[in-house]
Design a protein around this ligand. Structure first.
Ligand code: PA5
Length: 464
């Protein structure tokens, strides 16, 4: 089994009155079955093309690997330009699987280009990048499914201008587009300029796209074995083709969250005990929040659904947020991510014989300390009636990461079905985008501009 779910600590028997009774789980079996059937019925259709990603990408993988090999040999830097679902997956995979100081390693050790993701339009960040890269030795991967996102298109314009000024006709060799084949501007610009292009299948939305060319090309450029990522996803998918909560961990997790939401757990904390998984929590926060945070359900009723995701890191946040988790409101469920076997370890040396309060650590390892602290934190939270569950990875490699990613995607899809919301739209995000267009005077947004002009303005009375 690739990723193991241990949900003992959400059960009434362990945590008492804030937990889930065995009979409550039993009563969910029918609803769980219906939710899975609903998700399964749309496999490969509508916005569930991501469920086919582990199976139908042989051709794309071949081309990605070929392109990546060329980039690995020829360029010094690889920069992803994208935002939201077009960036977070690549960041998560990079941090999970590569050396934690990858960019600082000498080229002979990295064996590939340095890697950066610019997922914001902060001018200082962009200028800072130009201080450390030579654009003529850099390949930029512009990623936008819609081909229209203002942030990404602004970055694109800045980069192409710079490249053209420096390299003239050769500029186009430094841009790879990853976008939809049939909508938006990037695909048109790519054709016009002859950029190498990878297509994001129609049914794969941003936050579900890490196992498509969106995440796979950057991963392959980093020398990550993308076939293994997909194998982990595939095996998890096969395992989850069951209605049995004792077999299907994604369904069990979705059911647990559903029951806990109904008990007032409005906060969903993900706390990996490994620096390499820190950005998986970041990626998951977007997946969970943007998919499930919805005003209306599928019947059009106002439900204001969703759970607020919070990212924490073990053991670091034991010295900050864990105080709140132990003693604050009973409104949180904590998902621990545990790595059974770290890729490297360090023994805490002897040398403090005279100091018993320090000496007890000597001879143990940092991996041991990390996992014992996880055990201790979990024990203490459970004793205080705080619901928590653990996802364990035997080791941190492509296979286990692919499995974890797919498991969390599937759990989110099931949760959407249980909550009866559309997990694949984001009307709340669109509102802000439209308001930005109006502020810039974009054609077609005149009525939005008028609405904004007529909205109540800030009063000086409330500014100090
Ligand atoms: O998950 C999503 O759909 C969003 O977060 C998008 O990924 C984000 O808005 C960027 O969109 P695009 O890839 O079209 O530029």
């Amino acid at each position: 089994m690739s990723v193991k779910l241990n949900y003992n600590n959400v059960m009434f028997a362990k945590v008492g009155k804030h937990g889930i009774k065995r009979e409550e789980l039993e009563q969910m079996r029918q609803l769980a079955k219906q939710a899975r059937a609903k998700v399964e019925a749309s496999r490969g259709a509508d916005m569930q093309g991501w469920m086919d990603s582990p199976y139908n990408q042989a051709e794309a993988v071949g081309r990605i690997v070929e392109t990546a090999a060329k980039i690995r040999n020829e360029c010094e830097n690889f920069v992803v330009l994208g935002i939201g679902g077009s960036a977070l997956g690549a960041i998560a995979v990079f941090n999970a699987l590569k050396h934690l100081y990858y960019n600082e390693l000498p080229r002979e050790m990295r064996k590939g280009p340095r890697f950066y993701v610019i997922d914001n339009v902060d001018p200082e960040r962009m200028n800072a990048l130009f201080d450390i890269i030579d654009v003529s030795k850099t390949v930029f991967n512009v990623i936008t499914k819609s081909g229209a996102t203002s942030e990404t298109m602004s970055q694109y314009l800045i980069i192409t201008d710079l490249l053209k000024r420096k390299l003239g006709d050769k500029a186009s060799r430094h841009i790879i587009a990853t976008t939809s084949s049939n909508k938006g501007n990037l695909v048109k610009l790519a054709k016009e300029n002859g950029f190498e292009t990878f297509y994001i299948p129609d049914g794969v939305g941003g936050r579900f796209s890490v196992l498509s060319p969106v995440g796979l090309l950057p991963a392959a450029v980093l020398g990550i074995d993308i076939s293994e990522l997909l194998r982990g996803a595939r095996e998890t998918d096969e395992l989850c083709k069951s209605d049995d909560l004792n077999v299907n961990p994604a369904l069990t997790m979705a059911v647990i969250q559903y029951l806990l939401i109904n008990k007032g757990c409005n906060i969903n904390v993900m706390m990996p005990y490994a620096d390499s998984l820190k950005y998986v929590a970041d990626w998951y926060a977007q997946l969970w929040a943007e998919s499930l945070g919805k005003e209306r359900d599928l019947d059009g009723d106002v439900v204001n659904a969703g759970q607020t995701p919070v990212k924490a890191l073990g053991v670091t946040d034991q010295h900050s947020q864990v105080q709140l988790y132990n003693e604050g409101p009973f409104d949180k469920v904590i998902t621990f991510l545990e790595v059974n076997s770290f890729r490297s370890d360090i023994v805490i040396p002897q040398g403090c014989d005279g100091f018993a309060d320090v000496n007890f650590l000597c001879g143990h390892t940092l991996a041991e300390l990390t996992n014992k602290e996880l055990y201790a934190t979990r024990y203490n939270l459970t004793k205080r009636g705080r619901v928590n569950f653990t996802l364990s990875l035997d080791s941190l490699d492509e296979y286990h990461l692919g499995s974890l990613i797919y498991l969390l995607q599937l759990c989110t899809a099931y949760e959407g079905a249980l909550l009866n919301v559309n997990a694949y739209n984001q009307p709340g995000v669109e509102g802000g985008k439209d308001a930005t267009y109006a502020l810039f005077g974009r054609n077609g947004y005149e009525s939005k501009a008028e609405e904004m002009n007529n909205a109540p303005q800030d009063s000086a009375e409330f500014i100090v």
